[in-house]
Ligand binder design. Sequence first.
Ligand code: GLU
Length: 496
Amino acid sequence: MKSSVRVRFAPSPTGYLHIGGLRTALYNYLFARNQGGVFVLRIEDTDQNRYVEGAEEDIIRSLEWCGIEIDEGPQKPGSFGPYRQSERGELYKKYTAELIEKGAAYYAFDTTEELDEMRERLQKSGNPSPKYDAITRQSMKNSLTLSQDEVTRRLEAGEEYVVRLKVPRRETIRFEDLIRGHVAFESKGLDDQVLLKSDGMPTYHLANVVDDHHMQISHVIRGEEWLSSTPKHVLLYQAFGWDIPQMAHLPLIMSPSGGKLSKRKAESEGIPINTRDYMENHYEPKALINFLAYLGWSPGDDSEIHSLQKLATLFTLDRVSKGGAVFNHKKLLWYNEHYLREQSDALLADRLKSITKDDHLHKLDKDFLENAIGLVKERISKLDEILSVGGFFFRDPDNYDEQALKKWTDQSAGLVTIYMDEISGIHENEFKAARLKTALEHTVEAEGIGFGKLMMPVRIAVTGLGFGPDLFSSMELLGKETVLRRMRYALEKLGS
Ligand code: GLU
């Protein structure tokens, strides 16, 4: 039997897709796939003031990068389109009229000045958060206080108006949330929400409810920040006489230093906030997905590594946590390392070439490049780090890491010279890691010094760095000529 599960990811194109949004999309997608349902992308672009050019493309490109496939959306219309709210204006007008007809909404003609005046008046009389509500509406200019004739006259004269939801004065609004359980809100804390703005555009609340109903959305899975909007939505569903979709509000994503992970916080803690930042900084999409899946959910055992397909088979809403999920960047890098190491050296070589214009690297011998990648792969967290950590494979160091140089002592040049003499005698074809290591052990022993006393200066001379992949294997790969050239250069530069 065909599943009746239909979920939607409904971003507003007000900026680039941030990781919180990506996680919401992911959970919707996983739920849809788990249930054999449909994953819809709906663009909620009714707020023209906040519209950002290119945001929709960014959202689609980001989802694609992560492997999240859209079943229905602006680029892939199904039978519930259009999928951009800006193209569904007539529908919202029709339903606004229906709400007014039913007495669940009303016209309000108040000017900005009149609204300010009302708020000021109420604040002065001790109300810290004045609202346009069941009490205040009685002294304002709306279709509940003005005569029918006056309302008609104003509408015909083309006066500006908004349409507001008539929130009941004292009512407890209840709904079930699949993650939070039973939720209740008191209507007296709610504003008579504007549903249709003076520019004729609907607000989020009206458009969201009308569309979720019309697109036959079975489950609304979204961030916790929308929980407080839900009672207004419940009132709208009730007014229309429509079934309420199942609700599931996802826990907030928290910053490691506490509090919600805002853009500002993320920036100050070195956490990329937009999906495109992860793309541009060469993160592995599989790692980001695996990490985000666990940011507020777990399969209930200690398994951690799963592909998108596998996650879909495991995902259930009852395993989503209520409490905020802390964004642990180290854990993300751990996932990234895992997915990097899983890839063949040949594939990484191709990918590396695609991210750098360095001509030198493009001309390198294929086997040499792949072997170099094989050596550095274990030491890096991100693809682009091959270029820094393994940079010495691609060109002679022309300066030396300052930190490393602290280990270059007065004795170093002398010791490196002795070792150089030792390995100069090795035939090119015998220039192998084991042989180079024995030679070093030999020198160390003869000089009666610790291993590191020689190893570190050799590493500095050959790589320019104080850390890196196995030194002897690296020397073998670089070859005798290069190694000796670099040693001579280091002796010249760092003093012999
Ligand atoms: N347009 C809202 C957003 O930007 C959608 C919230 C919802 O899913 O209802 O997140």
